[in-house]
Design a protein around this ligand. Structure first.
Ligand code: HEC
Length: 96
C-alpha cells in the first residue's frame, strides 16, 4: 500500500502534492539553518524561519523562486530542479 501511495505521489503532476513534497525537501535540505515547520524549535540564528519568510509582504512565488534559483554567499548552492523549487515555494507559501 505504501508503495502505491509513493508511486502516486511521484507520478502526479505539479499541483496539490507540491506542499508535502516541499515539506520533505525542506526537512532534508533546509532545516539545518531555517525553522521550516511548527514542530521544530531550533535552527541557526541568522536564517529567518519559513513562516517569517512567508509572512513578509514582499514574498511571492516569483520572489522565492528567483531567490532559490541563484547562488548565495550564506546559503549553499543546492542546484534545485525547477520541480523542487516549485515544491519548496508552494510549501513555504502554505505556511501563511
Ligand atoms: C547553511 C544554512 C542554510 C541552509 C541549509 C538553507 N538556508 Fe536559506 N538562508 C540562510 C540564511 C543565513 C539566510 C538569510 C541571509 C541570506 O539572505 O542569505 C537565508 C535566506 C533564505 C531565504 C530568503 C529570505 C528572505 O530574505 O527573503 C529563503 C527563501 C531561503 N533561505 C530558503 C531556503 C531553502 C528553501 C532552503 C533549503 C533548500 C534553505 N534556505 C537552506 C541559510 C541557509
Amino acid at each position: 500500500m505504501a508503495v502505491m501511495v509513493t508511486l502516486a505521489l511521484m507520478a502526479s503532476p505539479t499541483g496539490a502534492q507540491d506542499a508535502p513534497a516541499g515539506a520533505s525537501l525542506a526537512v532534508r535540505w533546509c532545516m539545518a539553518c531555517h525553522i521550516v515547520g511548527p514542530n521544530q524549535s531550533t535552527a541557526t540564528d541568522n536564517a529567518p524561519s519559513f513562516r517569517e519568510i512567508a509572512a513578509r509582504p514582499g514574498t511571492t512565488a516569483g520572489s522565492l523562486d528567483r531567490y532559490l534559483s541563484i547562488g548565495h554567499t550564506l546559503m549553499p548552492d543546492f542546484q534545485l530542479s525547477a520541480q523542487e523549487r516549485n515544491a519548496l515555494v508552494t510549501y513555504i507559501l502554505s505556511l501563511r
